[in-house]
Design a protein around this ligand. Structure first.
Ligand code: ME8
Length: 633
């Protein structure tokens, strides 16, 4: 069994975390879940970086002790990870005893090996980033990384010599192309080493919220030394040698690009000095930006992931974070793009595929998965998609992995249009079974392959397909042919209801009564309905493809309607008012979620809307041209 040790940065609990922290943590979670499905022994670590000047000051401003202050923020962080279904195996807090002893042991070893000496630090300090900068590295007198003000520091300090390790580190980077990823960060780090590495101040004396150094307790460990050490504390360094030997080195340190320097230069040098192996990969992903600025606690443009989950659902938020931005690059966050992503990929492509497939299995296959006979068109597509997904996950390209999977979803939707199972059914074509099995099996495979990314949808897909307990599946189950013929379909609610754009009044305070159950009763009494009742109707723009008289009836026309992603047959009593051929190409409004009915032996999938004035009847249409399938609200 392979092992897979993955970490997130340990976050500063100086304020509630935001969507940027969720971004890294959801990505690490997806990778951890993938490796668990592969059968690896996974250790997924996250936690909090609780010491240092920044937290000390924030607590003081809040009138609390640092420990009290961080305790309350840490509670909100654990809650957030619960909301996002983060499957961490350990949550380390640097204020814990288990960590303090390791920081002290690391310091002892560094002093003993001659890598650390005592001196005086004179220079600049960026408190928000907790980083030291010599005069010459400042940009316009500001922190060269975040651009914020720096403070003058002059104090006694212990120093770690970095320069003696520069060549070894450089060689390691050059010989291990996977060590720093993506490549742009690797090049930045090589350039950084080439500028020359100054000795690093690793202790502070001007405050005491930190780990005291053994033998010189007026010094506390510099917060980055303290923080980086968490990765070995949690793996058992100094406490469980057998476990440490099994887990270390970490396979992936997943971090934001602004802290790659600490993870790819300072941390490896500490490890070299401790004679420990280096992590296999430091991956520096890009930033989520809001209006071109980094989303950050100090910029005040934070987005609360909990609100998004409440509004759009857990899977929609996780999918958006993992899919929207190519992992490694910067990308913009916006709520409209989240809504669009959810509606297009999850509601339209995946959700509709499931509802159309299960509806057709019910209608054309007595609600059972058929025995596939003949060739499968989707099998090679599924196998290619899974292969590409695996390749992408191996290189941590999470968004590419999802793009590959959704290629299969799109191909399955396209095959519905091309194969027209309703026609195969009508013509009693024996290909029908293979086509329906293809669709159901493609969905089953997609469900398994989505397990690292989404939490609720995969299980719902499995349940609707009658495929059993998804909890019992492993990555091996992405192989074609897992769905058992004869399984009973259990149609369910739409997987991802479309998110409709907020009504203009949504941000205005709603009358409190609207939220209570008695509101419904009040509305009924007044002869009105609640908005929620109206919203149960799924009204869509449909384009008439053909309109023919129904044999044996003078009133009925049989319409074939194009809904963009599907075609529907609808029987409508408009023959006395409209001539069939004149309707072709016209856009009408369809009640798309009306239960199907059989009229004159034809199954009618919905009702089109018309207005009546005594004996005149006119169809409702749209003002202008919209895509067929557009929703009406
Ligand atoms: O740096 N886009 O903690 P921190 C993407 N304690 N990712 C973002 C982001 C954004 N807009 N904003 C934050 C620290 N992040 C140290 C780490 S590790 C030994 C010590 C994510 O609370 C990203 O992973 O400032 C970034 O590196 C991290 O949060 C910074 O979290």
């Amino acid at each position: 069994m392979a092992k897979f040790y993955i970490t997130t940065p340990i976050y500063y609990p100086n304020a509630r975390l935001h969507i940027g922290h969720a971004y890294t943590t959801v990505a690490a979670d997806a990778l951890a879940r993938y490796h668990r499905l592969l059968g690896d022994e996974v250790f997924f670590l996250t936690g909090t970086d609780e010491h240092g000047q920044k937290i000390g000051r924030t607590a003081q401003e809040a009138g609390l002790s640092p420990q009290q202050y961080v305790d309350q923020i840490v509670a909100t962080i654990r809650e957030l990870w619960g909301t996002l279904a983060i499957s961490y195996d350990d949550f380390i807090r640097t204020s814990e005893d288990r960590h303090r002893t390791v920081v002290q042991e690391v310091f002892r070893q560094l002093v003993a090996s001659g890598d650390v000496y005592k001196g005086t630090y004179e220079g600049w300090y960026c408190t928000p980033d907790e980083s030291f900068w010599p005069e010459g590295r400042l940009v316009d007198g500001k922190c060269p990384v975040c651009g914020r003000a720096v403070e003058r520091v002059q104090e006694e300090s212990y120093f770690l010599k970095l320069a003696p390790y520069a060549e070894r580190l450089k060689r390691h980077i050059l010989e291990h192309p996977g060590f720093i990823q993506p490549e742009s960060r690797r090049n930045e780090m090589l350039a950084f080493i080439d500028q020359g590495l100054d000795d690093l101040s690793i202790s502070r004396t001007s405050f005491d919220w930190g780990v005291p150094l053994p033998g010189d307790e007026k010094h506390v460990a510099y917060v980055w030394i303290d923080a980086l050490t968490n990765y070995i504390t949690a793996a058992g360094f100094g406490s469980d040698a057998e476990r440490f030997a099994r887990l270390w080195p970490a396979d992936v340190h997943l971090v934001g690009k602004e802290i790659v320097r600490f993870h790819a230069i300072i941390w490896p040098i500490i490890l070299l000095a401790l004679k420990l192996p280096l992590p296999k990969t430091v991956f520096g992903h890009g930033w989520l930006l809001l209006d071109d600025a980094k989303i950050g606690k100090s910029t005040g443009n934070v987005i609360d992931p909990t609100t998004l989950v409440e509004r759009y659902g857990l899977d929609a938020v996780r999918y958006y974070l993992l899919r929207e931005v190519a992992f490694g690059s910067d990308g913009s966050y916006s709520e409209p793009s989240l809504v669009l992503r959810t509606n297009v990929d999850l509601a339209n492509d995946l959700g509709n595929l499931l509802s159309r497939t299960t509806a057709m299995l019910e209608r054309f296959s007595a609600g059972k998965v058929p025995v596939p006979v003949g060739t499968s068109n989707l099998r090679p597509v599924a196998e290619a998609a899974i292969y590409e997904c695996e390749q992408a996950l191996a290189s941590l390209s999470l968004s590419d992995a999802l793009v590959a999977l959704f290629r299969l979803v799109k191909a399955a939707n396209k095959s519905i249009e091309e194969e027209a199972p309703w026609t195969l059914h009508r013509n009693q074509d024996p290909r029908l079974a293979a086509v329906l099995y293809d669709l159901a099996e493609s969905l089953r495979i997609t469900a398994v392959a989505l397990r690292p990314f989404l939490i609720d949808a995969p299980a719902k897909i499995y349940a609707q397909l009658g495929a059993g307990d998804i909890g019992a599946t492993s990555w091996q189950d992405v192989a074609w042919g897992g769905l058992k013929p004869g399984a009973t379909i259990q149609r369910g609610a739409p997987l991802f209801p479309r998110i409709e754009a907020e009504e203009p009044t949504a941000s205005a305070p709603r009358p409190a009564v609207a939220a209570t159950t008695s509101a419904k009763a009040t509305a009924e009494k007044a002869g009105t309905i609640e908005l929620a009742d109206f919203k149960r109707l799924e009204l869509k723009v449909a384009r008439v493809v053909s309109a023919e008289p129904v044999e044996g009836s003078r009133k009925l026309l049989k319409l074939t309607l194009d809904l963009g992603a599907e075609q529907r047959t609808v029987v409508s009593g408009i023959a006395g008012h409209y001539d069939g051929p004149a309707l072709v190409g016209k856009d009408v409004i369809l009640v798309a979620n009306l239960a199907p009915a059989t009229i004159f032996g034809i199954e009618s999938g919905g009702m089109i809307l018309a207005a009546r004035d005594r004996d005149q009847l006119r169809l409702l249409t749209v003002d202008g041209s919209l895509q067929p399938g557009s929703s009406v609200s």
